[in-house]
Design a binder for this molecule. Structure first.
Ligand SMILES: *Cc1c(COP(=O)(O)O)cnc(C)c1O
Length: 398
């Protein structure tokens, strides 16, 4: 059997096996192809690489360290954290937002557009646009605006135009429609900045490339401090950007087990989860072919997770492909396991993780017990938990 070459993915039409592509109207295909051409052209130039690497180092604070925990694993495998929570703006999202804002600027676009749910993508994008010097417009449901006060305030301070969306459910789903309508008014001059490795080609590839710095650093750091590669590498999966960012450097390392952790929410046997790869079916969503959670009419289900960054009814096409190949294993952690991991990491190591990241921590703690002390697990700690502290405190009655 010939081994698939992961580095060659996706193909020219943006397919990872049967997943991905451009499930969009023909005139938009042309726009997306222009973005792909521009990206492929500048990606390899020294100017763009230097610009991005310089920002990663001096603005984001890269490389983020790897921290060896000592109290998480109860005598089992050693658990290491890739500290993306220490990045400027507190998560991995800044890695691809900077890349997208720079590309938009290089292409001479006049405005960067996006939707945001909990506001994490909005803040990271508004930050990148403020720095790069390009207009930024974020659409956000009115309900989410009420719920996410600190992020709303930050976006305003950062100078982006925040558009409240009052239609429909007044949440993320309608914010997507609203932002997309604005984009369609002038897609030649506007740039729709997608917040994960999802959407039409070239976004799954581009966002992956921008995030792959995480795995590149981690592999080198781990080799140099431990003299070997980790046995297990794990990350939480919403759209899949932080996970693919870490996994990419390890795809060809057959002895490294890669595991993506999806939110089981209130349980896989309830409607309140977002375990797309675990429970989903193949279909089209948001411009791509992927596994997704849909009702009998093919409409996306109203998914749920305690971590708002994970409640997406689809998932990046490369993850779908890696699942079917068997190269990456996808498992779940539920709300309770997530909360337990959140408190354990906070109280045993003094690191308050994002609820999203806590899903991966929960999985690592669970398997570490049954592994030997000379084995190692590397977790992508995708973000910090400042944004979740009040919510958790209230939930646990602290
Ligand atoms: C947005 C977010 C996620 C989920 O997005 P992915 O594209 O799956 O990485 C995970 N962790 C944090 C901290 C986030 O803000």
């Amino acid at each position: 059997m010939t081994k698939p070459t992961f580095s060659a993915m996706p193909d020219e039409k943006g397919y990872f096996g049967e997943f991905g592509g451009q499930i969009i109207p023909p005139d938009l295909i042309k726009i997306m192809d222009d973005i792909n051409d521009a990206y492929e052209e500048i990606r390899v130039t020294e100017t763009f690489q230097n610009e991005l690497m310089d920002l990663y180092q001096h603005y984001v604070g890269r490389p983020s360290p790897i921290f060896k925990t000592t109290k998480l694993s109860s005598g089992g495998a050693q658990i290491f954290l890739k500290r993306e929570d220490l990045n400027h703006t507190g998560a991995h999202k800044i890695n691809h937002c900077l890349g997208e804002a720079l590309l938009a600027k290089h292409m001479g676009k006049t405005k960067v557009l996006a939707e945001t749910g909990a506001g994490q993508h909005g803040v990271a994008l508004a930050t990148a646009c403020a720095l790069v010097g390009i207009e930024c417009e974020i659409h956000m449901g009115e309900i989410d605006i009420e719920k996410e006060h600190p992020n709303v305030t930050k976006m305003k301070i950062l100078g982006c135009k925040l558009v409240p969306v009052s239609r429909g459910t007044r949440t993320l789903k309608d914010a997507v429609d609203s932002a997309f309508e604005e984009y369609l008014k002038d897609p030649v001059h506007f740039f729709y900045a997608i917040g994960s490795v999802v959407g039409p080609h070239p976004f799954p590839k581009m966002v992956r490339d921008f995030q792959s710095i995480v795995g590149k650093e981690a592999r080198e750091q781990f080799l140099s401090s431990e003299g070997k590669l980790p046995d297990v590498v794990t990350a939480c999966v919403g759209g899949g950007s932080n996970a693919i960012g870490l996994f990419t450097a390890f795809l060809e390392d057959d002895n490294v087990e890669l595991v993506g952790v999806e939110p089981a929410g209130k349980g896989l046997d309830t409607p309140d989860n977002a375990a797309t790869l675990t429970l989903g079916v193949k279909g089209g969503l948001h411009g791509m072919q992927c596994y997704n959670l849909q009702d009998d009419n093919g409409e996306p289900l109203p998914v749920y997770s305690i971590a708002s960054g994970l409640d997406y009814p689809g998932v990046g096409p490369q993850h779908c492909y890696l699942k079917d190949l068997g190269r990456v294993k996808y498992v779940t952690a539920d709300d309770q396991e997530c909360l337990d991991a959140f408190m354990t990491l906070s109280q045993k190591e003094g690191i308050i993780p994002a609820l999203e990241s806590a899903h991966a921590v929960a999985y690592a703690m669970k398997i570490a017990k049954d592994m030997s002390p000379d084995q190692t697990i590397l977790i992508n700690l995708s973000g910090r938990g400042d944004k979740d502290a009040d919510f958790v405190a209230e939930k646990l009655g602290l």
